[in-house]
Design a protein around this ligand. Structure first.
Ligand code: ADE
Ligand code: ZN
Length: 337
């Protein structure tokens, strides 16, 4: 069996996926049409041509504009279910998906429209596709602490169905320290904590995410590799890193996939996982990330298997569920050996 075929059938979890980043250009046109919203593009080709980014902010400007076509509960359901169909085709058995409520509530949508639509899509995916999932509310870090508290407050009635909080958007200039108090509040409420750190921001932001936000999982974390003591600390604490190779390439975090830090991260004992981030914008879903990275840096089958194990181990599933999913990985690896 080729490595590509092995990757295709490997059971895996996806832990870093912005649901708004799964909005495919075709869907953008469909939603715009049915909601009678205008978009600044004439064709799907023109949209794809605009996906040429030189940094995170270039991308975010287009990503937030794209989200304007999402207006109804049905839109959020359809967006989520379309992602899960695509994920199921990649043998994703479990996904923990981010959403950015402030992007929608700031346009006047009620929090419940977003949450109910996404939760309905998640429930249907479990029922029809056998893909389990969890929902993570991301605070937009370019906005202030007060706005983050407000988003957490608005989430109140849905918090029994929200697994955790995250921190995303423009990193540089918006350090984790800005959100220390709202993360402390989320922790008291029993929510899991993640944060984007070290994507474009310096290793100091990774330290702040660990020390001040006290996160359970690190999103990206690439720039930790510039700091020897930080690498050792991440390895010793078995912190899961949700790394996104095609995102890193599209946003110029790496110049070439051959320079990607994943092999070094694995060598140093970091708990790395591979994820798609915003697949509609970055040219690939989770298996594309596995395949393209494996090809570029020469990952072995054993390394690929370890990445899939890490994805379940680093998930917010309970221990019993983790064990069951991990057993599926071992059965697959043994059968395919
Ligand atoms: N929002 C969506 N994708 C993101 C990323 N890769 N970094 C920061 N914020 C994001
Ligand atoms: Zn992200």
């Amino acid at each position: 069996m080729s490595l590509d075929a092995y990757i295709a059938g490997l059971p895996k979890a996806e832990l870093h996926l912005h649901i708004e980043g799964s909005l495919e250009p075709e869907q953008m046109f469909d939603f715009a049409r049915r909601n009678r919203v205008s978009i600044p593009f004439d064709s799907v080709e023109a949209v794809r041509a605009a996906y040429d980014f030189s940094n995170l902010q270039d991308f975010l400007d287009i990503y937030y504009a794209g989200a304007n076509v999402l207006l109804t509960e049905e839109d959020f359901h359809d967006l989520a279910f379309a992602y899960f169909r695509r994920a199921a085709a990649d043998n994703v058995r479990h996904a923990e998906i981010f959403f950015d409520p402030q992007t929608h509530t700031d346009r006047g949508l009620p929090f419940g429209v977003v949450a109910e639509g996404l939760l309905a899509g998640m429930k249907r995916a479990e029922r029809e596709l056998g893909v389990s999932s969890k929902l993570i509310l991301c605070f937009l870090r370019h906005l202030d602490e007060h706005a983050a508290f407000d988003a957490l407050h608005q989430a109140g009635p849905w918090l029994d169905r929200i697994a955790g909080v995250g921190l995303d958007s423009s990193e540089v200039g918006h350090p984790p320290s800005k959100f220390e108090r709202v993360f402390a509040r989320a922790r008291e409420m029993g929510l899991k904590l993640c944060a984007h750190a070290g994507e474009e921001g310096p290793p100091e932001y990774v330290r702040e995410a660990l020390d001040l936000l006290r996160i359970d999982r690190m999103d990206h974390g690439n720039r930790s590799m510039e700091d020897e003591a930080l690498i050792e600390r991440l390895a010793a604490s078995q912190m899961t890193l949700t790394v996104c190779p095609l995102s890193n390439l599209k946003l110029c975090v790496v110049k070439d996939l051959r320079d990607h830090p994943v092999p070094e991260m694995l060598r140093r004992g970091l708990h790395v996982t591979l994820n798609s981030d915003d697949p509609a914008y970055f040219g690939g879903y989770v298996n594309d990330n596995y395949r393209r990275l494996a090809e570029a840096v020469g990952l072995t089958r054993e390394q690929v298997t370890q990445l899939a194990r890490n994805s379940f181990e680093g998930s917010f599933l309970d221990e019993r569920e983790k064990a069951a999913r991990l057993a599926e990985v071992e059965v697959y690896a043994a059968k395919s050996g």
